[in-house]
Design a protein around this ligand. Structure first.
Ligand SMILES: Nc1ncnc2c1ncn2[C@@H]1O[C@H](COP(=O)(O)OP(=O)(O)O)[C@@H](O)[C@H]1O
Ligand SMILES: [Mg+2]
Length: 307
């Protein structure tokens, strides 16, 4: 494994409050690594330390073999960061924002690069207008294009799609995948399990300053809570009949039965047809996928059970 990033025993406190409490991970060349955590978990703090914007209290960060404490300058030359809050200038047009980066970074041939990126990101028309007229999705695209001006081999994306509508999110996902295909190593943070599932080779779940779970998406998924369906019934009697037939967890107050289906169509069909065969009438049906909160809850329970 050709590793590009290695983080060891990283710690950070703010005014005596421990935010990051000893985390370790490695990102191989060309991989997408997703750090997952809820709001306030410490994702941006980790990204800032990795991109040399903030000093850690303890531990080491190596990027391409360079140590962040002693070789921060060199690290800055080879990475690019798209922050959680867009860094675009509202007054300038899209094109002007890109040109500015080209000038600031003393890039050769930057006009050509600007044209290529505008085309790639489908921003050619919009590039003539001030950014103040852009939608959230267009801003994020421009922001990403700006961080790609210097053709970085290592890219940090801090919550790249938070606040975007599903369509804009899908567009950004596609672009991130294309970067991976070009061999760019990507470290991203997200609050969405689904995003990690869509993009990441390796995921790490950050909770209470520690990494609660880490591994390939497939490995982690095996340990996540399963998808369920919630069935609603008209009265207690029907509810009990249904439970007798298909099992699951009763909620007598709400007259619902929750059955684990692992999101498998086959299993869902089995449950529904078993009830239909017994002529048990279902009033309502809802499919529930685990939320990040469910995941943390389940991980903490598993860890406590294992002690
Ligand atoms: N410069 C700072 N000074 C004090 N507290 C901070 C600072 N930066 C972040 N924090 C706190 O650290 C915690 C983690 O923040 P952050 O890394 O931004 O989380 P995330 O990006 O996962 O939402 C929060 O409680 C936040 O208030
Ligand atoms: Mg953040």
């Amino acid at each position: 494994m050709n590793e590009v990033i290695r983080v060891s025993q990283l710690k950070k406190s703010f005014s005596g409050h421990s935010i990051i409490d000893g985390i370790d991970f490695v990102v191989p060349q060309g991989n997408i690594f997703a750090l997952i955590g809820t709001n306030g978990a410490g994702k941006t703090t980790v990204v800032k330390m990795m991109t040399t914007l903030l000093k850690q209290d303890e531990g080491t960060i190596q990027v391409n073999g360079l140590d962040s404490s002693t070789e921060a300058e060199k690290i800055r030359e080879i990475i690019s960061l798209t922050g959680q809050f867009t860094a675009v200038d509202d007054v300038l047009t899209g094109r002007e924002n890109l040109v500015l980066i080209g000038k600031l970074r003393h890039l050769k041939d930057y006009q050509k690069r600007v044209d290529t990126l505008l085309k790639q990101f489908d921003l050619q028309e919009a590039a003539k207008r001030p950014v103040s007229t852009y939608s959230g999705g267009m801003r994020r695209k421009l922001d990403l294009a700006m961080s790609l001006m210097s053709e970085p081999r290592i890219l940090f994306l801090d919550e790249p799609t938070t606040g975007l509508d599903p369509q804009a999110r899908a567009v950004l996902w596609q672009m991130i995948r294309q970067l991976k295909q070009k061999g760019v190593t990507i470290f991203l943070t997200t609050q969405y399990l689904e995003e990690a599932e869509q993009l990441a080779d390796t995921v790490a779940i950050l909770n209470k300053g520690k990494i609660a779970l880490q591994g390939s998406m497939a490995e982690v998924k095996k340990r996540l809570p399963q998808g369920t369906i919630e069935l609603a019934f008209a009265d207690q009697e029907t509810l009990k009949q249904a439970e007798k037939r298909v099992g699951g967890e009763l909620n007598e107050e709400r007259l619902t039965l929750t059955v684990t289906t692992n999101d498998e169509v086959q299993k869902i069909t089995e449950v529904l047809s078993a009830l239909q065969q017994q002529q048990i009438q279902i009033l309502g049906f809802a499919q529930k996928n685990p939320t990040l909160e469910d995941v943390f809850f389940s991980i903490v329970n598993q860890q406590e059970a294992g002690k």
